[in-house]
Design a protein around this ligand. Sequence first.
Ligand code: UD1
Ligand code: UDP
Length: 383
Amino acid sequence: MNKIKVMTVFGTRPEAIKMAPLALELSRRPEFEALCCVTAQHREMLDSVLNIFGLRPHYDLNIMEPRQTLSTITSKCLNGMDCVLEEAKPDLVLVHGDTSTTFAGALAAFYHKIPVGHVEAGLRTYDKWSPFPEEMNRKMVGTIADLHFCPTVTNRDNLARENITKGVFLTGNTVIDALQTTVIKDFSFTEKTLNCLDYVNRKVVLVTCHRRENYGQPMTNIMTALRRLADSFPDTDLVYPVHLSPVVQEAAHKYLNGHPRIHLIAPLAVDEMHNLMARCHLVMTDSGGLQEEAPALGKPVLVLRRETERPEAVQAGTVRLAGVEEEIIFQMAAQLLSDQVEYDKMAHAVNPYGDGKACRRITDAIAWHFHASETPPEEFSGR
Ligand code: UD1
Ligand code: UDP
């Protein structure tokens, strides 16, 4: 039997974290020839993930530039993918989520008349400007894709509203598969700051912030609220691994540098990040991935955005939308840092996003689609 040639394409840190377990699962299965192409829209932050998972890409477009624009990323990915697809001729291209790499990877495959599978399909805010440009990226990929791997029922319903009902599979999110391999009870951090923190007697707040729509005033508001929190709660440490984007670096260092209880550190390797999350008290973030991981670890999350495409954990009560206004962010965090009852209401583990078997379901679905298996994949049963 001819093997099904499946190429995973990704470029940024979150795509890598969520695609690495899938790429590894594909390479373990005899039905597939697994190929991996990275655009390297991120360089250092991507390489860190590849190292942790021991994944060696077959193709590396190495496109990253300092302060790259959306057009540059998209055009460099498209041009680079042309040669790769011409040479490799995969039977299926798998892209993930909503980045510029995701969109360009799907478009390049379409131009080469190669079927596309969309991992983490069906997330929507219905606001094309927020998150920007991600909402539009995932809608455009949803239009191009032949196979849609939805983490949740909500995501599948979103696609159904757009009349996308064929080739749709309910799988759970591969991020939970990744999380199950990284969190370890006696983990020892290589980042020195993290080994020195007192996670038992003090409150450690994990912060990340990087979204393009938060650049400018929203980011200033967020940073100011964080500094006020550090000033007001002497029993609290804020740990902020700062994204390598120069815009984010400038804002974080301008507003938060030099405070004895604010620890600005380099981006963490994913295993360090997951183990920090497992030990922290509270998460404040505009990240998509953290909104999925922290609830699974029983950590309350305040989302530093006006909306979220991940309503499941909000409904479950472990995530709250804090917005991007200084006073509201400060008040919502202050309440959780001072009111144990309010904190306990949020601090329970929920797993609406997956059960650690998403990669198996996705590979089963691909095998079934290509007639290499007679059984359809089982569905993820969470909501
Ligand atoms: C990108 C994605 C966003 C995702 C985020 C995850 C797009 C449009 N945006 O945003 O959806 O949430 O990744 O982190 O696809 N940089 C480095 N080294 C790195 C990574 C980034 O120096 O390893 C710097 C570079 O100067 C780069 C800049 O960060 O130009 C911005 O990177 P870019 O991928 O354009 O945007 P992100 O904000 O990271
Ligand atoms: N992450 C990491 N190190 C960090 C910050 C984040 O490994 O210093 C991980 C995090 O656990 C999650 C993913 O990166 O799995 C989220 O990436 P990011 O916030 O950059 O992007 P988003 O999810 O918002 O697209």
